[in-house]
Design a protein around this ligand. Sequence first.
Ligand SMILES: NC(=O)c1ccc[n+]([C@@H]2O[C@H](COP(=O)([O-])OP(=O)(O)OC[C@H]3O[C@@H](n4cnc5c(N)ncnc54)[C@H](OP(=O)(O)O)[C@@H]3O)[C@@H](O)[C@H]2O)c1
Length: 305
Amino acid sequence: MKAIVVTDQAAGTAGMKLVERPEPKAAINDVVVQVHASGFAPTELAWPSTWTDRLDRDRTPSIPGHELAGVVTALGYGTTGLSVGQRVFGLADWYRDGTLAEYVAIEARNLAPLPGDVDFTVGASLPISGLTAWQGLFQHGRLQTGQRVLAHGAAGAVGSMVTQLAREAGAYVIGTGRSADRQTALDLGAKEFVDLDHDALEDVGKVDLVFDVIGGDIQKRSAALIRAGGTLVTIVGPPEARPSGGLAVDFVVEADRVQLSEIVQRVRDGRLRTHIGKVASLDDAVAALNPTKRRKGNTIICVHR
Ligand SMILES: NC(=O)c1ccc[n+]([C@@H]2O[C@H](COP(=O)([O-])OP(=O)(O)OC[C@H]3O[C@@H](n4cnc5c(N)ncnc54)[C@H](OP(=O)(O)O)[C@@H]3O)[C@@H](O)[C@H]2O)c1
């Protein structure tokens, strides 16, 4: 099968190559999925799991990409809940070969059914940003209706999901980002917007939940705004600040079939929008994943039509 591989961590995305690889086999509880669309987060090339296995042994050449939408072509021993021919989408294991390939072997529990009226490209754009927002807000942040949420990077991949899901859950959302992102954040449901380059973050007053996607000084200043009993949720590594009288939580997103289904249902009925910036074929993926200028929105690789 055709697949993108990486072998050299120092080379970053420039080291991606389109090569022939053996088709994967389904292990216990796996399915094999013919990948129709794949998502890729550039930061995954910095994660140890791209380069070594769970025992820290070199696992290159590894196939990057962890978001996918496609069709099940084979079931492993003991696999339940999915069938051959079924449309699915989900989040692949960080330590296994990923989704920038014609086929991927993946545990069935990492997938959810993809309804027939949702495009594969849309399905592949949802798992990381949607699940990260969901888990940060509702599991780690224990968001309640009426609470005030500071959603950093509100026009970005995760932040746009945070803004929409928090607003739908009845929160008062204050989005942040660059000045050019103001209207996007307001359109997504933020009630206020803080331009981090020009406005004073401190002017927003007290909040119950900070969803941090930036870290550093912005995270530290945000922690000081959290009410007693509130939470700082960060997705960019161990918290560098702790709210007084509150919690600081960092986490890495996990696959969850029920949550994937909740997310895709919201996309179907128009409550949740995803931003796809560029769609390219697998043959053009190396160029598409090495853009010459900053690109807004997810890049999705259309592997099979
Ligand atoms: N722990 C996890 O499970 C997990 C899951 C998903 C993502 N992440 C991490 O979370 C981070 C965000 O991911 P993403 O996919 O949402 O990225 P993204 O799409 O680039 O969104 C980040 C947003 O924040 C804005 N921003 C960043 N720094 C800013 C600053 N100093 N001032 C104003 N705006 C700023 C960006 O604006 P510009 O584009 O203009 O810079 C962008 O709109 C990444 O580091 C990613 O690796 C972690």
